[in-house]
Unconditional design. Structure first.
Lengths: 470, 63
């Protein structure tokens, strides 16, 4: 692998500004790696080689004149194929998407454009972002860079896979019930699911408007912080975006973490956990203790109903969004996505509204009983060993609900509560697949998650491990 | 097909979505299970609770 592709996005941006490397040279190498990775992993939907190289050459000219100040100037990126560019169809991982030119460019993309980042392609994803495994029956399944027989996690499958393979520096994903954190865990990269409303959803394909969040997957926590810094903040085009001020994540990244209280849940997150996964996740706490953090056990309220309510909300909102196509084009959905949408059609209005009514009570309870005692919660992302693509190929059959429910069990309550969560790689399972922990914070406290995750990555090197692409 | 599955099948058919018996039975079972859990949780909710409170609590929860 080219040396040019080893750096993280923030480091690469510094090298480009210092003119140690050229943007066109980096783009050429990235596109080469992307083509190679795609053959093995099926992680790209499209690579825009000509446009990206032209943009990179323009960035070089601007950098040499000193007229580019963007913090990500010249950094190549490819994103989940659900972020719209005006007039360009997005596949949305589906058979239906390619026929629809996008009405407007996504706010997240516009904001990344202003940083000087160069989008060179779009990435595979689960059909309509509605599935946690990375299977896609229209575009072909996306494969894990550490072993192509294993799942990438979803729905931001290509985002996790391409970044892990060093075929991409940063990828936007989306997280409605784990779709950033699951691929981060399975692929061994960092991923931030921001607080609900922290990043504008305008121009991002909707799945569940009450639960959808937009965030990056990247090679390390610093890159996640830099990208979230660039895309976060209120947006008139998204009425649900928050007016809360965006903290200076990069400035806070290197502040000491000594004395911070890290909560380890005594229930739910460690119910039925695989011993190998538990060992890795609990083992990562030692680094925090060594850094001077205080690790304390925390009892949790009963989360199970919140998970269940989250399922009902997503199911109904997704079914409503898809109602017309589901009636008129049912044959254009894969069996699994269709089965899940059908489930949403049958949830009653009373059940849906009660799931929403319970949400405020749940968040108040969580803040009062959990976050009053600690600064963050540290927990597994997934409670079992990474499965293969074949093992989780359940389609829309009777095992679907059980398999998908197991995968998202530790994810969805966090979406339901609207809280930020950062997935950070913390080692490898016995079969060689990566493992991550998640740090769950108070609302809008992404800065603290970055600070802790970055501190962890200063004393560990899991994020520097690269899969062999031979 | 059970009565419950049949009812479910008719309910979604009213909305223009048609399921085979097996799919209807499976979906009805899943929904019933979820409903039991949620019903128990919402029983404790104040009569006045409304969904709109969530955004305010989220914003107020910031440090």
């Amino acid at each position: 692998m080219s040396e040019l592709l080893q750096a993280g996005a923030a480091e690469l941006a510094r090298m480009l500004r210092a003119k140690k490397v050229g943007a066109a040279e980096v783009m050429q190498a990235t596109i080469g790696a992307a083509k190679q990775a795609h053959q093995r992993l099926n992680c790209f939907v499209r690579i825009d080689e000509e446009d990206a190289l032209a943009a990179a050459k323009a960035a070089d000219r601007a950098l040499s004149r000193g007229s580019v100040a963007g913090p990500l100037a010249g950094v190549p990126m490819a994103h989940k194929d659900m972020y719209y560019r005006e007039g360009v169809p997005s596949s949305l991982g589906s058979k239906i998407g390619p026929g629809r030119p996008a009405p407007a460019t996504a706010t997240a993309l516009k904001r990344l454009d202003t940083t000087g980042a160069i989008q060179f392609g779009v990435l595979n994803m689960t059909e309509f972002a509605y599935g946690p495994t990375g299977h896609n029956y229209h575009l072909g399944h996306c494969r894990n860079a550490w072993n192509p027989d294993y799942i990438t996690g979803g729905s931001s499958s290509g985002s996790g896979s391409s970044v892990a393979a060093r075929a991409n520096f940063v990828a936007l994903g989306s997280d409605t019930g784990g779709s950033i954190r699951l691929p981060a865990h399975f692929c061994g990269v960092a991923g931030i699911k921001p607080t609900y409303g922290r990043v504008s959803r305008a121009g991002a394909m909707p799945l569940s408007f009450s639960m959808d969040t937009v965030g990056p997957l990247a090679r390390n926590v610093e890159d996640c912080a830099l990208v979230l810094q660039s895309i976060a903040g209120q947006d008139p085009a998204d009425p649900t975006s928050s007016a809360q001020p965006v903290a200076d994540y990069m400035a806070g990244l290197s502040r000491p973490v000594k004395g911070l209280r890290i909560g380890v849940p005594t229930g739910y997150f460690y119910d039925h956990v695989d011993p190998g996964v538990e060992q890795l996740v609990r083992g990562s706490l030692k680094a925090f203790t060594d850094l001077g953090c205080e690790v304390v056990e925390v009892g949790l309220p009963d989360i199970e109903p919140w998970n269940s309510a989250g399922i009902a909300i997503i199911a109904v909102e997704a079914a409503a969004q898809h109602a017309t196509w589901l009636r008129e084009r049912p044959q254009d959905y894969s069996d699994q996505v269709k089965a899940r949408l059908e489930l949403g059609v049958g949830v009653t209005g009373v059940q849906y509204i009660n799931a929403l009514r319970l949400r405020d009570h749940a968040l108040r309870t969580w803040l009062a009983t959990v976050m009053s005692k600690v600064d963050v919660i540290h927990a597994p992302v997934v409670s079992f060993a990474t499965p293969t693509i074949a093992e989780t190929d359940v389609g829309g059959g009777t095992k679907m609900t059980e398999v998908l429910g197991k995968l998202t069990r530790l994810m969805r309550p966090v979406n339901y509560l609207g809280l930020p969560s950062l997935a950070v790689p913390c080692g490898f399972q016995s079969h060689g697949l990566p493992c991550a922990f998640q740090l769950i914070g108070r609302p809008f406290d992404e800065g603290l998650l970055f600070r802790l995750g970055h501190a962890y990555q200063q004393v560990t090197d899991w994020h520097r491990k690269v899969p062999s692409m031979g | 097909m059970t009565d419950l599955a049949g009812t479910y099948r008719n309910l979604v058919a009213l909305q223009g979505v048609y399921l085979d018996e097996k799919r209807a039975a499976s979906a009805a079972e899943v929904l019933q299970r979820q409903h039991v859990v949620e019903q128990a949780a919402t029983r404790e909710l104040a009569f006045e609770a409304e969904p709109a409170g969530f955004a305010g609590t989220l914003n107020a929860g910031a440090k």
